[in-house]
Design a protein around this ligand. Structure first.
Ligand SMILES: O=C(O)CCC(=O)C(=O)O
Length: 287
């Protein structure tokens, strides 16, 4: 019988269960990061499909979000064996991995805005995914992320609180601040400083936020979001979340021919009225 791949050690699995996140240093090589960042900067489709989202102070965070992984270096990366096997293991290892969506986060120097405390499942609950333990995100740093340029902050172990209520805080949707403050009194706040190529794997109920980028250096990253095939979304019209991923070899990112993302199914604020019904449009507009 085919033996499932288990790249994480039992100690790492325990750490993920307790802390809700794991950092894998040098998950992507310099050559992979160069290719990904090059496409991020140069592919017109990324630029024309980017959305600017306001934070509470009027600073803007730019992101491009698409659903179906294509024949481009980002589409390859999210389907690499090293990625899918790790995500599969962290989400239980007994149901195929699907790709919900990916986002290219473009936090520009001086203007890149903050993100309020939230859980990703605080949003995805609206899409009626039923199992939070079978959803997760992987952030891959394309540039250095540190406290000066607004790296991700997490409350270690906060995924064990379960889903918190989310509502509007100013223009953004954020978690109930009473419970966030309680969490901060109880658990450790961790600044996830990353070097280009580092990966942060985190649970869908992990409380996280980031501050504005007040530095003079960009903070760009990919966030790939996954679910398992058995985790049905009862109110989600985007296509990818129920298609089991076919993996590609790790070297695809740097060695395979690739296409532009021009045919990718990007989320745009007004392109797809059907998405409005899913709650996606409103989530993204305010996030
Ligand atoms: O990139 C960031 O700073 C935060 C993004 C985030 O929290 C999210 O997309 O859920």
């Amino acid at each position: 019988m085919h033996k499932p791949k288990t790249p994480f050690s039992p100690e790492q699995m325990l750490q993920f269960q307790q802390d809700g996140y794991l950092i894998v240093r040098d998950f992507c090589s310099k050559a992979e990061v160069d290719r990904l960042y090059g496409v991020a900067l140069e592919d017109d489709a990324m630029r024309t499909n980017a959305m600017d989202l306001n934070d509470q102070t009027g600073k803007k965070t730019r992101l491009s979000l698409w659903f179906t992984p294509g024949r481009d270096p980002f589409g390859y990366l999210v389907r690499t064996e090293k990625m899918v096997h790790r995500v599969h293991q962290l989400m239980g290892g007994d149901s195929p991995v699907c790709h919900f969506h990916s986002k290219l986060m473009q936090k520009e120097p001086k203007v890149g805005g903050a993100w309020e405390w939230h859980q990703d499942y605080g949003y995805w609950y609206k899409n009626q995914f039923i199992y939070p333990d079978r959803m997760m995100s992987v952030m891959i740093a394309l540039t250095e992320a540190n406290q000066e340029n607004g790296c991700l902050q997490v409350i270690k172990g906060s995924h064990r609180m379960g889903r918190l209520n989310h509502g509007f805080t100013g223009e953004q949707v954020g978690a109930d601040m009473v419970m966030v403050d309680n969490a901060l009194k109880t658990m450790e706040l961790v600044y996830c400083e990353l070097q280009p190529g580092d990966a942060l794997f985190f649970h869908s109920n992990m409380l996280h936020r980031s501050e504005a980028n007040l530095s003079d250096r960009p903070r760009w990253s990919l966030i790939a979001c996954y679910n398992t095939l058995d985790n049905i979304a009862y109110s989600e019209k985007s296509p990818a979340w129920r298609i089991p991923l076919e993996t590609v070899p790790d070297e695809a990112v740097t060695e395979w021919d690739f296409e532009s993302l021009s045919k990718a199914d990007f989320l745009t604020k007004d392109r797809d009225p059907a998405l409005k019904e899913t709650g996606w449009e409103s989530d993204v507009k305010v996030k």
